[in-house]
Design a protein around this ligand. Structure first.
Ligand code: ZN
Length: 344
C-alpha cells in the first residue's frame, strides 16, 4: 500500500480533562471512537501523527496571558465551575488543552511538509468558543485559531480559510481574526442559540471587513439546506479568496439526534461535506485540508459521524460537487451582506 495521505491525531491523554459529575463535554465522547479507529483499520489506512504539547509562545499568539493566569488559578479551586457555568477547569485542563492545540499544529506541520495532504485532529476539549481573553462553551484554548496563527507565523501563510459547521457560532474564532484578511472565517450555525452571536451583518472590521461570513440558519434545516449553503459559499469563497489551506472547525452537534441543537443533519451529510471540502482543497490549495473536532454531544452519533468524515477523506475527492435545490436556504443568501464583498 502507498503511504497514507491522511493523518490523524488521537491520544489517550485527551481523556484526562474530566470532572466527577456529568457534563455533556466528557471523555466518553471519544473513548469508543478511539478504540474503533484501530479495530476498524483506520490506524492502518491513516498516518497516526503523535500529539505534542503546544508551546506557550503558540498559545500567547492568540490568548492573553491574563486569561491563561485565570485558567491556572481556577483549575486549583474546589469548584470546577468557578470560572464558567459550562467550562469546567481542573488540574489537567490546561495541559490537555495545550496538547489539543499542539495535536492540531502537529498535523498542520505534516501537511505543510507534504508528508500528508489532509488530517483530522480528534482532540478535546474543543476550541471555537474560546476568544482572546475568555473561555466558554466547553472551550479552553482555540485549537483552530492557534493552528491558523502558527501557519501564519511559522509557515508564512496569509490566506487561511476556516470553515465552521458546528451547530453553534464560532464566536472565539471570529473575535480572534475579526480585523484581518489573512484568515477568512465562514460559519454556518443555528441562529438564536448559544453563544447568540454570528449575525449575518457581522462581516469583520478594518482590513478584515468582508472576511468574516456568518450564515445563521433556522432550526429544522437539514442536509439539503446545508449542502446548498456550503456548496455556494465554498464555490464563491474558494475561487475568489484562493486559500492556501482550509481548516475546518468540525462540530457534529447539528446532527438530528444531538439534543443540543434543533438542526437536522444526518450522519451521511458529514461524509458529503467532507468530500466537498476535499474537492475544493484539491482544486485551490494542493489538497491541504485540516479538520479539527469541535462539538458533538451524543457519543452514539459522534462516532459514526467522525468515521464517515474519515471515510470521506480516504476516498478520492469527487470530480464535481452537486448542489441541490433548497428554497429556504436560497432566501438566506439572496440579500446576504457577504455579497457586498464577494460575487456569488
Ligand atoms: Zn457546538
Amino acid at each position: 500500500m502507498s503511504d497514507p495521505r491522511t493523518g490523524i491525531v488521537f491520544d489517550q491523554r485527551y481523556l484526562h480533562h474530566c470532572i466527577p459529575g456529568h457534563s455533556l463535554e466528557n471523555p466518553a465522547r471519544l473513548q469508543s471512537l478511539y478504540l474503533t479507529l484501530s479495530l476498524a483499520g483506520y490506524t492502518d489506512r491513516c498516518k497516526v501523527v503523535p500529539a505534542r504539547q503546544a508551546d506557550m509562545e503558540d498559545i500567547l499568539a492568540v490568548h492573553s496571558s491574563f486569561y491563561l493566569e485565570q485558567v491556572r488559578e481556577h483549575a486549583v479551586t474546589s469548584d470546577p465551575y468557578s470560572y464558567d457555568k459550562d467550562t469546567y477547569l481542573m488540574e489537567d485542563t490546561l495541559v490537555t488543552a495545550m496538547l489539543a492545540a499542539g495535536g492540531c499544529m502537529a498535523l498542520a506541520d505534516e501537511i505543510m511538509a507534504r508528508d500528508i495532504d489532509q488530517g483530522f485532529a480528534l482532540v478535546r476539549p474543543p476550541g471555537h468558543h474560546a476568544g482572546i481573553g475568555r473561555g466558554m462553551g466547553f472551550c479552553v484554548l482555540n485549537n483552530a485559531a492557534v493552528t491558523a496563527e502558527h501557519l501564519r507565523r511559522k509557515h508564512g501563510l496569509n490566506r487561511i480559510l476556516i470553515v465552521d459547521f458546528d451547530a453553534h457560532h464560532g464566536n472565539g474564532t471570529q473575535e480572534i481574526f475579526y480585523d484581518t484578511h489573512e484568515v477568512m472565517f465562514l460559519s454556518v450555525h443555528q441562529q438564536d442559540i448559544f453563544p447568540f452571536s454570528g449575525q449575518a451583518n457581522q462581516t469583520g472590521e478594518g482590513k478584515g471587513d468582508g472576511y468574516t461570513i456568518n450564515v445563521p440558519v433556522y432550526s429544522q434545516f437539514g442536509d439539503n439546506e446545508y449542502t446548498y449553503l456550503f456548496g455556494h459559499l465554498l464555490q464563491t469563497l474558494c475561487t475568489q479568496y484562493l486559500p492556501q489551506i482550509i481548516l475546518v472547525s468540525a462540530g457534529y452537534d447539528a446532527h438530528e439526534d444531538d439534543s443540543i441543537s434543533q438542526t437536522c443533519l444526518t450522519t451521511q451529510w458529514y461524509k458529503e461535506i467532507t468530500m466537498m471540502l476535499a474537492f475544493y482543497a484539491k482544486n485551490v490549495c494542493d489538497k491541504r485540508l485540516l479538520m479539527i473536532l469541535e462539538g458533538g454531544y451524543n457519543p452514539d452519533r459522534l462516532e459514526p459521524c467522525v468515521l464517515t468524515s474519515l471515510d470521506g477523506l480516504l476516498e478520492k475527492p469527487p470530480e464535481q460537487v452537486e448542489i441541490p435545490q433548497a428554497p429556504r436556504a436560497e432566501r438566506l443568501l439572496q440579500d446576504h451582506p457577504f455579497r457586498q464583498f464577494w460575487t456569488l
